[in-house]
Write a protein that binds this ligand. Structure first.
Ligand code: ATP
Ligand code: LTN
Length: 331
């Protein structure tokens, strides 16, 4: 039996290089070895305001970006979270297991709530829905970026507590699967903050669909320091971030990169990084444009219909087990 993998990305914009290197690219690498489910977390996306038409378009775009990045719809279950109502249903039940105190400690909530005037209950509750996503499918591993580690810890605590409360191993306790080097790609405009697709400063992130000129412009504008020496150091967060990106794409280690750019200044280094990024995104963009043609609409819909069917089958069994354990009267 292959081990189970589950992960998702919110359709809150076009995916960034951070999403790609931190999550998506790793999914592509492991898709043969594991039984994988990848979903589009639209229920999560509405924890902050979304324009309905943009959300619909972003959801389609994320599906196409998954496939264009190399996820094979024949090997993986790909689905939209809101197509499987058990996510919301289990989310509610787990709300009655999770504690206010533990949710209050989530750093993503603290960061995101600072940017909102009226903080939605859903933004606070988001990690519980994420726990439900994971626990529905008995995931062994959850491949995500570093920012999600805390949510995974919470998932493990909630699962354990639920199992203990009902004295039954209903939920499998999942493990995080986080790549150290690429787990946290930083904003180009503020290298102390993670690169994020919903950043209001569009120059902070590179989107998977940015054309080469735009990538070159953004990388050239990236905030660095004034030393003008390409050296890997924690006190040079901007350069460190660019070196991380370059290393992730080229597979060169930091010493090799330092040697390669020994006689170069930041201008030359940035141009090399930008072009390397653009080269690696080119095939993804070509495939995306192909998938985006109107004649492929039915193909994409059929993948999602199949994905929802496969996911629902598993999720409904888990929810039935949970309802029984909790003491709900059967129909
Ligand atoms: P939003 O800006 O809407 O919060 P986001 O860009 O932060 O979105 P998510 O949808 O929350 O992205 O994350 C999808 C996946 O990408 C998660 O596994 C997350 O850990 C990973 N990820 C997001 N940003 C980065 C980053 N800068 N570096 C590495 N991984 C990242
Ligand atoms: N919270 C995640 C997206 C997400 C997720 C999940 C990831 C929602 N549910 C379940 C892994 C497993 C994020 O990246 N912000």
């Amino acid at each position: 039996m292959k081990k189970q993998i589950l992960s998702g990305i919110q359709p809150s914009g076009i995916l960034t290089l951070g999403n790609y290197l931190g999550a998506l690219r790793n999914w592509v690498k492991i898709q043969d070895e594991y039984d994988c489910k990848f979903f589009i977390a639209d229920l999560h996306a509405i924890t902050v305001s979304q324009d309905p038409e943009t959300l619909r378009q972003n959801t389609k775009n994320v599906i196409m970006q998954y496939i264009a990045s190399g996820l094979d719809p024949e090997k993986n279950t790909i689905f939209v979270q809101s197509h499987v109502h058990e996510h919301a249903e289990l989310g509610w039940i787990l709300n009655c297991t999770a504690y206010m105190g533990e949710l209050s400690r989530m750093t993503q909530y603290k960061d995101k709530s600072k940017k909102q005037d009226n903080i939605k209950v859903g933004l606070f509750d988001y990690p519980v829905l994420m726990a439900a996503d994971i626990l529905l499918y008995d995931a062994d591993f959850v491949p995500v970026g570093e920012d999600q580690r805390q949510h995974l810890e919470l998932t493990r605590d909630v699962a354990q507590r639920f199992n203990n409360t009902y004295n039954k191993e209903i939920f499998k306790i999942p493990e995080p699967f986080i790549q150290k080097e690429t787990g946290r790609i930083m904003s180009l405009q503020d290298p102390t903050k993670k690169m994020s697709k919903s950043d209001s400063n569009k120059d902070g992130f590179i989107s998977l669909l940015d054309p080469r000129e735009e990538i070159v412009r953004k990388v050239k504008k990236a905030v660095t320091d004034s030393e003008n020496v390409i050296r890997y150091s924690d006190d040079k967060p901007g350069i460190k971030n660019l070196m991380n990106i370059y290393s992730a794409i080229t597979d060169k280690n930091y010493e090799e990169i330092e040697a390669e750019f020994k006689d170069a200044g930041y201008g030359e280094f940035k141009l090399a990084v930008a072009n390397t990024i653009a080269d690696s995104l080119e095939p993804i963009q070509a495939k995306f444009n192909e998938l985006n043609a109107p004649e492929n609409n039915n193909y994409l819909n059929s993948i999602l219909a199949r994905g929802a069917k496969e996911a629902s089958l598993i999720a409904s069994k888990k929810v039935a087990e949970v309802k029984e354990a909790v003491g709900f009267l059967g129909k």
